[in-house]
Design a protein around this ligand. Sequence first.
Ligand code: ADP
Length: 274
Amino acid sequence: MSENCNQDCGACSQECEDRKEKNEFAIDLHELSNVKKVIGVVSGKGGVGKSLVTSLMAVAMNRCGYKTAILDADITGPSIPKAFGLKKKAISIDGGLIPVASKTGIEIMSINLLLENDTDPVVWRGPLIAGTVKQFWSDVIWKDIDYMFVDLPPGTGDVALTVFQSIPIEGIIVVTSPQELVSMIVEKAAMMANMMNVPILALVENMSYYQCPDCGIRHDIFGTSTIEEIADKHDIDTYSKIPIDTKIATACDKGLIELLNFDFLENVVDKIEK
Ligand code: ADP
């Protein structure tokens, strides 16, 4: 048994002798892989900043000194490689796929690292997409990863379900924007997480406000945030707000997300480290 064992076998990928139960849908990691904690990042719909939050969480944990990885399960809308400016493609060695390391050493696997052209569309049916995500877990050599962030496809469709059933997700971060029907989105995420026995670790409201760089005043462009009440209603003790900022958009567009200075996810980092 590992010295860090908390007896929660469902949330652990280690195949130790003391393992208590095995989920019938769970798939094994590659024999050369070792992943300690897996966190899913979910949203109700596309374009709210789920990939941004996935990327920033990986950057923040990496800055804390943890070996960090991203599994991009958003197969039809992969935006992680672009945010990190990855140019290299993933290669296969020893019966396993090798993730591409970012400039600061974050290990990344995404469909765009396997396609010849980044702009090639993935026009596949659900089971093939779900199968690819499973292979990103089982066929990729994830070496000594402390924290893996899984960028899930938006919504609660079959790929998200496959991820929850086959990968030992320890908890999820729910990303919303103020103009969404936040309560409903969180309600759905909470129900799915509940069904899958996975806790919501934090709520992140992206595009929460705009802070004028000249006068410093905050403007609630999309209306007043209700994130506190929603977090309260669902017993979520950690929430965070990300402003609308052209620096964020530019960093994503230019592949320089690792150079961004930010502290708005600090409490989420603290929560995950606990
Ligand atoms: P999702 O993964 O939910 O589809 P993304 O994280 O890919 O959304 O974000 C969509 C686009 O919006 C990206 O191009 C990103 O640069 C931009 N964006 C996201 N959040 C912000 C923000 N807070 N400020 C400025 N631009 C943002």
